[in-house]
Ligand binder design. Structure first.
Ligand code: CA
Ligand code: CA
Ligand code: CA
Length: 480
């Protein structure tokens, strides 16, 4: 495995060149096309000729450099200090499966920092054991337009703070607890493909597998695919959008498992998305497992003006200590807007051992309507309720649930709660609601407004609180 190591790498160390097609190592290397602005990394040393550090310095000083490629024979680099890229030109770093071992950088320091506002692609590399953040992209306050960051088969493992931090909140580094919403005018666009963020964030509070902070003008956009986020101390993924702009993300074929265990007084989630100020929270989940997390599996909070719009298809949020899947619109700050959800084949079993309201919880708190279509939800064995759909303040609640299973939950199997003014129109077409400690199906219309519960083809029984329970304001139709 290491036959080449000593002599070959000593030779490689002498070579650090902007690729010109005359690399003396040819033809044994897969060279970039001549004139492509590519710099090769041929040395595993921390610094010096051919090193990744030298390549980044070359890119810093030469805007025509757009790509750094690590030779496949450079298997790992033991960093003595953080790597920094401060150029503003878009840069593509192709790691060829190199490992950046960052245990030797200074106390609290990270492995890699990009702070020049460049679009960045990182491919096929691992960042391991940094005392601080594994990979940081710090967006300059002067950035405009869209800054695009792509992580393609990137692994951030066992770093003390965040695995990956992409930050456009100007107060964050000085005060991580700042609630200021300042940042650049730029939109932050993040793509994560085939990556792993594991066991980061056990050196301080609130350190996540992947954190994206967006402030100032612009949106936070994220696309996460085929990625595993597991065992991180804070949230697996946190997306935090403030000020003007929306949080708009999709997550597909990904696992968010056993995150949030660092601080017993403030456990964290599989994925936590917070949107504040003007703008919407728009999320799309496809084939996602958010299981075994220390707080919620999925926690989406939309504050202030704007809607919370979420779609799910084949999503699991099971065995989390609080809710499996929770959406809250106008969670902390009322500003109007609706909660709109289309959920297909969602499973939330065995949640709530520590706290929470229901395995699957949708709550619209401020002014605005709640509209939900939920097909084939499975909620069983939650210590809390199964499904809770709740609308507070002004606005209507419309919910249609098809083919539900709610068995042996500690609260109600399915609960609709129109908790203030506004009308309730809830429909259930086919459900098994048995063995729940509360009601099988509970519908409440608290104050003014009409209350209508329409049910068809129910299988009921063994519900301690009654099978179908309308409160005084609710009319039940079609009970069979
Ligand atoms: Ca911004
Ligand atoms: Ca916003
Ligand atoms: Ca809102």
């Amino acid at each position: 495995m290491k036959r080449f190591a000593t002599a070959a790498l000593a030779a490689l160390a002498a070579v650090a060149c902007t690729d010109s097609g005359q690399d003396p190592l040819a033809p044994s290397f897969d060279l970039a096309p001549a004139g492509s602005g590519t710099v090769w990394v041929t040395s595993p040393a921390d610094a010096g000729p051919g090193s990744l550090r030298a390549a980044l310095a070359t890119a810093d000083g030469n805007p025509s450099v757009s790509r750094i490629r690590v030779d496949q024979r450079v298997r790992s680099i033991a960093l003595q200090s953080p790597l920094v890229y401060s150029g503003s030109q878009a840069l593509r770093i192709e790691g060829n499966n190199v490992e950046l071992l960052a245990g030797g950088v200074g106390t609290g320091q990270g492995a890699f920092l990009a702070d020049g506002g460049a679009d960045l692609y990182l491919g096929n590399l691992t960042v391991r054991n940094a005392p601080g953040v594994g990979i940081t992209v710090s967006v300059p306050g002067t950035r405009t337009g869209t800054i695009a960051v792509t992580l393609d088969e990137v692994r951030a493992v066992d770093n003390g703070l965040h695995g990956v931090l992409i930050n456009d909140q100007s107060e964050y580094f000085a005060d991580p607890n700042s609630t200021a919403d300042l940042g650049s005018d730029a939109t932050v666009e993040v793509r994560v493909w085939g990556s792993r963020f594991e066991r980061n964030g056990f050196s301080a509070l609130d350190q996540d597998g992947l954190r994206v902070n967006e402030g100032g003008l612009g949106d936070l956009r994220a696309e996460i695919r085929n990625t595993v986020v597991a065992g991180n101390g804070g949230d697996g993924i946190e997306l935090d959008e403030r000020s003007v702009g929306s949080a708009d993300f999709s997550i597909e074929r990904s696992d968010l498992l056993a995150n949030g265990g660092f601080d017993p007084s403030d456990y964290d989630d599989g994925i936590d998305v917070d949107e504040a100020g003007d703008g919407h929270l728009i999320g799309r989940f496809t084939q996602v497992r958010a299981n075994d997390n220390f707080e919620q599996g999925v926690d989406l909070n939309e504050n202030d003006a704007g809607n919370l719009e979420v779609s799910m298809n084949k999503v699991w949020g099971s065995n989390n200590a609080e809710e499996g899947i929770e959406f809250e619109e106008d969670d902390d700050f009322a500003g109007g807007g609706d909660l709109i959800a289309t959920l297909i084949d969602v499973t939330a079993n065995g949640n709530g051992a520590a706290d929470g309201d229901a395995g699957l919880k949708l709550r619209e708190k401020g002014a605005g309507n709640l509209s939900a279509r939920i097909v084939s939800p499975k909620t069983s064995g939650n210590v809390i309720g199964g499904v809770l759909v709740r609308e507070d303040s002004s606005g209507d609640l419309f919910a249609e649930i098809v083919n539900a299973t709610g068995i042996d939950n500690g609260g109600d199997g399915i609960e609709f709660d129109e908790n203030s003014s506004g009308n309730l129109d809830a429909r259930i077409d086919r459900a098994v609601a048995t063995g729940n400690a509360g009601a099988g199906i509970l519908a409440t219309q608290a104050t003014s407004g009409t209350g209508l519960l329409t049910v068809r083809a129910l299988t009921l029984g063994g519900n301690v609180g009654g099978d179908v329970v309308p409160d005084s304001g609710v009319v039940v139709n079609g009970l069979d």
